[in-house]
Write a protein that binds this ligand. Structure first.
Ligand code: SME
Length: 167
């Protein structure tokens, strides 16, 4: 087990902060195969590292209904339980397999407002070691245009390392 996590010691510059956080997350999760434990830990460490992250969590592909997402581990206010592929930002990320960066959620067709305080969001597909979609990571902010390509690259790198690499 790594020493106690303290985001204060991480670099302030965003790309460097993501890179350092990736190391911290990998250290905490070394040897832990549980997907739930991994998702819970990633949600917590992300939410406690970036002050702009208002809702941080996973919607997982339901094994019983493969075209539907069901809420998984998260940090934040009450989230919607289920999202069909193609619906809202999460459903679009699941359907297309592409990261979605949305500067203004109110301008996104079909956006699902679980919490009216959300103003912008980023949703990143999560794949297993075989390349199969297993979930999406959804991060919402109360600030407009809170996310950019640095967030996309930083989050994609963490998710690839933690979920697409054999433990
Ligand atoms: N914003 C998401 C819905 C999930 S919640 O915001 C937690 C969407 O439109 O996909």
């Amino acid at each position: 087990m790594a020493e106690a996590f303290n985001s204060v010691v991480l670099p302030g510059e965003k790309a460097a902060r993501y890179a350092a956080l990736a190391e911290e997350i990998a250290a905490v999760l070394a040897g832990e195969p549980s997907r739930v434990a991994r998702m819970a830990t990633v949600s917590s460490m992300l939410a406690h590292t970036f002050e702009t992250f208002f809702w941080t969590g996973f919607y997982v592909v339901d094994p019983e209904k493969p075209r539907e997402l069901v809420v998984g581990p998260y940090q934040g206010s009450l989230g919607c339980l289920r999202i069909a592929f193609g619906r809202g930002v999460c459903g679009t990320a699941a359907l297309t397999g592409q990261t979605q960066v949305v500067a203004d959620v109110h301008a996104f067709p079909g956006h699902i407002a679980c919490d009216s305080l959300s103003a912008s969001e980023i949703v990143v597909p999560v794949r297993d070691a075989d390349g199969q979609l297993i979930a999406v990571l959804d991060v919402d902010s109360t600030e407009p245009a809170a996310f950019d390509q640095v967030d996309a690259a930083g989050l994609e790198a963490i998710l690839t390392r933690i979920f697409s690499t054999a433990v």
